[in-house]
Design a protein around this ligand. Structure first.
Ligand SMILES: Nc1ncnc2c1ncn2[C@@H]1O[C@H](COP(=O)(O)OP(=O)(O)OP(=O)(O)O)[C@@H](O)[C@H]1O
Length: 294
């Protein structure tokens, strides 16, 4: 499957600049987490990729080809504002969605029913959407984005408001698509989930990509913090910064990874050292630091 390329997108609404040279790629078989504060420009980027909005400049490509309406039929999309019909039976709606994407009725119906079974809604196929709980409606939304066996998935906050079981079921379905080679991107504020599911993560701030990489890469690029459990104080080598002090010990920030030995030696010279570890930030801490620094 080709990769999705978002290439230098710019967008303003009136005099409000929302995207500035937004650039990233989602590769074949990759799950890509698209994270950023409220209003950072995630939905706008996804809407442009879908052709619902137009960019002022920049390009969206699928492989080498600019995304046109034909290619867009191959995308599975879950918009933030959702967009299914409240009064229609869910299996009928999904079949209709499949047909809109060019499928034959029978194949669309089969896919719709299989997906609803997988999502635990086999008994509800003939219910109207409005009769389902919000979480179950969201499962139907996911089914709508998958019914036509898309070659690319773009999902705007697919996990918001779901219970843990639904999160597991939906995660597994997305991973399954990725394993089949589909590039999958989704936005989310649930950073623990992003950390667990995504091969790569892009952090957006003020309409631009400010950090990108695997979770491990992002964590390795975070601040060099060392936890030193020791009662001694005031022994800190030049160039290090004291970040935290507690009865158990101190946290020092180094300027280079090589400084770790110097810190350890200085601590041992000053008193007993009960433990010495690099503190590796999780995605939530990294996110906070990255967004704060912009
Ligand atoms: N149609 C529009 N007209 C005017 N401003 C808009 C429009 N759509 C989005 N915006 C503005 O663009 C900015 C980016 O919005 P966007 O929805 O892309 O952010 P987001 O990163 O998806 O945020 P969230 O995490 O809250 O969903 C916001 O300041 C928003 O108010």
């Amino acid at each position: 499957m080709p990769s999705l390329h978002i290439d230098r997108l710019n967008k303003t609404f009136g005099d409000h600049r929302v995207l500035t040279d937004m650039t990233f790629s989602v590769r074949e078989g990759e799950v890509y987490g698209f994270v950023g504060s409220n209003g950072a420009g995630k939905s706008t980027t996804m809407r442009i990729a879908l052709g619902v909005l137009s960019a002022d400049s920049g390009q969206v490509r699928f492989g080498d080809a600019p995304l046109d309406d034909d290619l867009r039929r191959r995308i599975g999309y879950m918009p933030e504002e959702r967009g299914l019909y409240a009064k229609e039976k869910i299996a009928d709606q999904l079949t209709f969605f499949g047909r809109l994407h060019g499928m034959q009725s029978a194949a669309a119906r089969t896919n719709a029913e299989t997906l609803l079974e997988q999502l635990g809604l086999g008994e509800r196929m003939d219910d109207r959407l409005e009769a389902l709980s919000l979480g179950n409606q969201q499962r139907v939304q996911l089914a709508a984005s998958l019914v036509h066996d898309p070659d690319l998935l773009i999902l705007d906050e697919p996990f918001s408001g779901l219970d843990p079981v639904a999160v597991e079921v939906m995660s597994e379905m997305l991973l399954e698509r990725a394993r089949a080679g589909v590039p999958v991107m989704f936005s989310s504020h649930q950073l623990d989930l992003v950390q667990r599911l995504c091969d790569r993560v892009g952090i957006v701030a003020h309409g631009s990509m400010v950090a990108e990489g695997t979770v491990e890469e992002l964590r390795a690029g975070g601040p060099l913090l060392y936890d030193v459990a020791t009662p001694a104080r005031g022994w800190y080598p030049p160039g290090t910064t004291l970040i935290e002090e507690s009865p158990e010990g101190v946290v020092l920030q180094a300027t280079s990874p090589e400084q770790d030995q110097e810190i350890l030696r200085a601590a041992l010279d000053a008193g007993p050292v009960h433990s010495f570890t690099r503190r590796v930030p999780d995605l939530t801490e990294l996110f906070r630091e990255t967004v704060k620094a912009v």
